[in-house]
Design a protein around this ligand. Structure first.
Ligand SMILES: [Zn+2]
Ligand SMILES: [Zn+2]
Length: 280
């Protein structure tokens, strides 16, 4: 069975995210390890690290993921390129310090070049980052994107290109976001389409490359390339896909993390739906 959880705020300290997760009976949580809209951040203090580690080890949370800042764009050129590489390296060391092994990253956005050039820039910059963080065991999970604006990674082929450019480095993984995949045009609503998608994953990547799922319904229709998350069962995807994933042994122990709106029904209601679909 997949591990169920949600994206959580670290307001008040990293340990508070663990407590919030426990209150919601999460088995996994994801957070931004700093303000995701600011470049600068001070490193976690020894006190913050130890209270987080203590809270985590005493909790029933199996895994913690970090989502990298939205500011990082590995397809950028000039000063933004330098800043992005530096920020990503910093994110990796923050994960390492906190004992977290998976960092979810948006591949990037090609604002001043073609899509192909953008993918190449991402691959070249990722190579630098991997080299400069050699020796850490933090994996980078490239997230599948909806394809809004100039974002890269809305086709699995994009991720395949980046990974093959980097010789299928062991530290590169994939994060599959249901809302993004659907908005990008992947059909996920029927058993037949799910089986087809699974075959594609197996053929092009192997299931072991998948670090986690992001569980979101989509406000907009299939192929819209608009990135708007919706509460489970209230969007265009429906609940079927989540039930299929949660009842598929392929995803045993794989984090399935909600990024549904915090307003409205909220985390507790969306998590309850997942527990029901999973049967526990
Ligand atoms: Zn994301
Ligand atoms: Zn996501």
């Amino acid at each position: 069975m997949g591990l169920i959880g949600t994206h959580i705020s670290i307001a008040g300290g990293f340990d508070k995210a663990i407590y919030r997760g426990e209150q919601l009976q999460c088995e996994v949580i994801q957070f931004f390890s700093k303000n995701q809209l600011q470049w600068r951040s001070s490193p976690p203090t020894v006190g913050q690290i130890s209270s987080f580690m203590k809270a985590w080890s005493e909790s029933s949370i199996f895994e913690v993921l970090v989502h990298a800042s939205y500011l990082i764009n590995l397809a950028a050129s000039g000063p933004l390129n330098v800043k992005s590489i530096r920020a990503l390296i910093d994110e990796i060391y923050r994960c390492q310090t906190l004992g977290i092994s998976t960092l979810v990253l948006h591949p990037g956005s090609h604002t001043d070049c073609t899509l192909d050039e953008g993918l190449q820039r991402v691959a070249v910059n990722l190579a630098r980052v991997l080299e400069q963080t050699e020796g850490t065991d933090v994996m980078i999970a490239l997230e599948t994107m909806a394809g809004q604006g100039n974002s890269l990674g809305f086709r699995l082929e994009h991720l395949g290109y980046i990974m093959s450019f980097l010789d299928w480095d062991d530290r590169l993984k994939i994060c599959l976001d249901t809302a993004h995949l659907f908005a990008a045009g992947y059909e996920l609503r029927t058993k037949e389409s799910y089986d087809r998608f699974m075959k594609l994953l197996d053929r092009d990547f192997g299931y072991y490359r998948i670090a986690c799922w992001h569980f979101n319904d989509s406000k907009r229709e299939k192929g819209s390339r608009v990135d708007r998350h919706e509460n489970l069962g209230e969007g265009q995807i429906g609940l079927g896909i989540f039930e299929m994933i949660l009842s598929d042994d392929t995803w045993n122990h794989i984090p399935c993390v909600l990024e549904t709106p915090k307003t409205g029904p909220g985390d507790a209601a969306n998590l309850a739906i997942l527990r029901k679909l999973r049967g526990s």
